[in-house]
Design a protein around this ligand. Structure first.
Ligand code: NAD
Length: 247
């Protein structure tokens, strides 16, 4: 029996990268899954991979920045599984640029997906969790939300917002036995970091005491810890997974 056998988890942005690794980790511990993404082809691939682990999987074509999509997904999950134990807000985007050149639309897009999306899915999932008097929410922030980064003022502000949202909702929901925590990854091997030049990669590695980029599984392991009973006295916390880059 796995750590999450009999539990239901919703994961946004599950089609690839860190979201897919989270889906595989929670499924490997027995969780039945509801996976959401805009990229339905890749989402089907993720679903096939986790089904092979012997759990139930439902896929939802959903845009996290739309309140009606959040309500549709949560209603669908309740129809299928009857409850929601774990909500992982992972979907995120970047639209980088220096502030002086950043368009209003690039600011709004990043805020809508990263921060508003996390709010909308937290709110929709918290409703049944409050009735159950039980639940866990894990939000994927970023070290950039803690330390800032030139060229990412929209992303940094959105992830700092996710951290503040995590702490505020943790305070609101603790009395209902709902825990809310965040993971703040550092540089994780992904489509995003693959695109960096060798010079930029070696400059970044110089700043990482562990001398390697993380892999999506490093983040998934931290999510599993925060989603499980081993962290039952933790709420409102930010767990940094950065090879020591941020301490
Ligand atoms: P990724 O681009 O590989 O995956 C993100 C997924 O989110 C994609 O499948 C994408 O289709 C989906 N998505 C984007 N917009 C969406 C929307 N509006 N509605 C639904 N789904 C949407 O990125 P990743 O590297 O796996 O990042 C996952 C999370 O981890 C993000 O929140 C990101 O900010 C965070 N993060 C990543 C790193 C890193 O180094 N890769 C570091 C820190 C934090």
């Amino acid at each position: 029996m796995g750590m999450f056998t009999g539990k239901t988890a919703v994961i946004t942005g599950a089609a690839r990268g860190i979201g897919r690794a989270i889906a595989e980790k929670l499924a490997s511990e027995g969780a039945d899954l509801a996976l959401c993404d805009l990229q339905t082809d890749w989402l089907t691939d993720t679903a096939e991979a986790v089904k092979a682990l012997g759990v139930k999987v439902e896929c939802f074509d959903a845009d996290v920045s739309k309140g009606e999509d959040a309500d549709k997904v949560i209603a669908g999950v309740l129809d299928t599984y009857g409850k929601i134990d774990i909500m992982v807000n992972n979907a995120g985007i970047t639209k980088d640029g220096l502030m002086m050149r950043m368009s209003e639309s690039d600011w709004d897009a990043v805020m809508s997906v990263n921060l508003k999306g996390t709010f909308l899915f937290s709110k929709a999932a918290a409703k049944p969790m409050m009735k159950q008097r039980n639940g866990v929410i894990v939000n994927i922030a970023s070290i950039i939300g803690l330390i800032g980064n030139a060229g990412q003022c929209n992303y940094a502000a959105s992830k700092a917002g996710v951290i503040a949202l995590t702490k505020s909702t943790a305070k609101e929901l603790a009395a209902r036995n709902i825990r809310v925590n965040a993971v703040a990854p550092g540089f994780i091997q992904s489509k995003m970091t693959d695109a960096l030049s060798d010079d930029v990669k070696s400059m970044l590695l110089d700043r990482i005491p562990a001398k390697r980029f993380g892999v999506p599984e490093d983040v998934a392991n931290a999510v599993a810890f925060l989603a499980g009973d081993n962290s039952s006295y933790m709420t409102g916390q930010v767990l940094t997974v950065s090879g020591g880059m941020v301490m």
